[in-house]
Design a protein. Structure first.
Length: 162
């Protein structure tokens, strides 16, 4: 008997990210756009951010700051709930008094969100594959085949050991 498992690294930004507190300004006059996520794993999120060429400058279990060329993002969540999803504030870089200000827009945030979401999906897919490879023998199964198509969808066929 065989079981096929299909793992799709779907970028589901529309479902995963939602505007939480919209657009506002910080004390330096920079635009701040806030969103909510369903992402939970800080390790996978950190790796996904690196995949998008972000530099993570601060990381704890309930706070993370990532910087791209002209935008930074402050990821934060309720420290009382380790499994809580992340809230994110995207902020343009630079200083208003020097007129070096780079403003974030909904469009620029959507581009970043799509890239992070896709990278996070790939990281989750790889984590699931790793666990599957590790645990299949314990469940009396062997991996008969593993294929990856041009959309990065992975199909794993497991055979039940007799």
């Amino acid at each position: 008997m065989s079981i096929s498992i299909v793992l799709i690294p779907a970028a589901i930004a529309a479902a995963t990210w939602a505007a939480s507190h919209g657009e506002k300004r910080d004390s330096e006059g920079r635009t701040v756009i806030g969103v909510s996520t369903r992402m939970r794993d800080v390790g996978l999120l950190t790796e996904a951010l690196a995949d998008t060429r972000a530099v993570v400058t601060q990381r704890s279990d309930d706070s993370l700051i990532a910087r791209w060329q002209n935008v930074s993002a402050h990821f934060h969540r309720d420290p009382a709930r380790a499994d809580a999803a992340w809230e994110v504030d995207f902020i343009g870089q630079g200083r208003a008094e020097r007129r070096e200000l780079s403003q974030v827009t909904e469009e620029s945030v959507q581009g970043i969100v799509a890239a992070v979401d896709a990278a996070y999906g790939r990281r989750v897919q790889q984590a699931v594959l790793t666990r599957l490879r590790e645990r299949a023998p314990q469940a009396g199964m062997t991996i008969a085949s593993e294929t990856v198509d041009d959309t990065d969808t992975v199909t794993v066929v497991l055979d039940l050991a007799v």
